[in-house]
Design a protein around this ligand. Structure first.
Ligand code: SF4
Length: 372
């Protein structure tokens, strides 16, 4: 019996490289008031906030993934409050600052900020997968400039080469993981070519807002530049989805330690129960809750800011209630760029020469005596 062989003609055009899923997801983000109104039943405050964001200030961009975590009916949903603009962003409190961390004043080269002797912050893009309504860098993120061109980072690399006291470089923006992997690799290659840089930190909220970005290809491309520590921002237990956890574990299994900085926000996570659930969930995923950050006094965010005593009393409730590895430091980044200070409940009730009395989390009074 004659066999008929199918002959496949070679394709005339070379196969087109498929666009990574995360890039399509990024392009499909919600950026207009009309789309926002199709996804959420908007309050008047949100509608006016979104209209304003289209004209001025921090723009709006919400990934479809993150929007799916939010309650479409409830404007007080903690996920929604982090991503949907509010007309309250127009309010300016007397304590608000454009640049609360004094980054402009501490710029030592274009796109490079140094606020501590051994650390520097390299700002590589103004874009993010999602524009968080509490962003400390709202003065510059989403400005439309995009990734900083290679040549514009040269002065920063020269500075780092000349200043050998800088051992730790934080690659931030914007969100560096909104950039193409090849571009990131070029930046990491340049940093790793400077022998005095010991650690590199990658500051990203993508594990929270678009975990599909944490691909095998990304992890494989960045792994040769270890040690790279990933600093992320989970703020609410609803953000710890199965997909987010898969992304985190992919990083952790590839040797990237992941540290989390939670921003304390009014109506979003200002309760010991919510934070205990978040911190325990992070630890189960092998992520270290590193800082609970008092919100920076950035213009247009005072409606989300809690008074300091709220953070102190939450830390008091958490002490002794959650395991030490799930307990972050409560940190105030002092306004004006003067650096971070740890803050928290005061357990010392009295002290004298060679002795100190404490009140423990169980309200016991205990005196510690120094060795003679
Ligand atoms: S991802 Fe980071 S830089 Fe971007 S808007 Fe959110 S907090 Fe700001």
């Amino acid at each position: 019996m004659a066999r008929h062989l199918a002959i496949v003609a070679p394709s005339a055009a070379p196969a087109r490289k498929q666009r990574p899923r995360w890039q399509s997801e990024l392009s499909a983000s919600i950026t207009s008031v009309e789309e926002l109104g199709r996804v959420f039943r908007l309050s008047e405050q949100e509608r006016r906030g979104a209209e304003r964001a289209a004209q001025a200030g921090l723009p709006m961009r919400i990934t479809r993934y993150y929007a799916r975590l939010a309650d479409p009916e409830d404007p007080a949903c903690p996920i929604r409050m982090q991503c949907v603009p509010s007309s309250r962003e127009e309010e300016v409190d007397p304590s608000d600052l454009e640049d609360p961390l004094g980054e402009v004043a501490n710029e030592v080269a274009p796109n490079l900020v140094q606020r501590y002797p051994d650390r520097a912050l390299l700002l590589v893009t103004d874009q993010c997968a999602l524009y968080c309504r509490f962003c400390t860098r709202s003065r510059m993120v989403g400005d439309g400039k995009g990734p900083v061109p290679d040549r514009s980072l040269e002065a920063a690399f020269d500075y780092l080469k000349a200043h050998r006291e800088v051992r730790d470089v934080i690659v931030s923006g914007g969100d560096p993981l909104s950039m193409a992997t090849a571009r990131l690799v070029r930046i990491f290659e340049r940093l790793r070519a400077i022998p005095s840089i010991e650690t590199i930190r990658l500051a990203t909220r993508v594990p929270v807002t678009m975990p599909s970005r944490i691909t095998k290809e990304l992890v494989t491309a960045l792994k040769p530049f270890h040690p790279i520590w990933v600093m992320t921002h989970f703020n609410h237990p609803k953000e710890l989805t199965a997909e987010a956890r898969r992304g985190l574990l992919r990083l952790i299994d590839a040797g990237f330690p992941v540290m989390n900085q939670t921003v304390l926000m009014r109506g979003i996570n200002d309760s010991a129960e919510v934070l205990a659930e978040l911190f325990r969930g992070l630890v189960r995923t092998r992520v270290r809750p590193y800082y609970l950050l008092q919100m920076d006094p950035v213009v247009g965010t005072s409606h989300l800011r809690t008074p300091l005593h709220v953070g102190v009393s939450i830390m008091k409730e958490l002490q002794g209630r959650v395991t030490g590895i799930a307990l972050p430091k409560y940190i105030v980044d002092t306004p004006g760029g003067f650096g971070k200070v740890p803050h928290g409940p005061n357990y010392v009730v009295a002290e004298g020469p060679g002795w100190t009395s404490f009140r423990t989390h169980r309200s016991d009074a205990v005196t510690y005596v120094d060795p003679t």
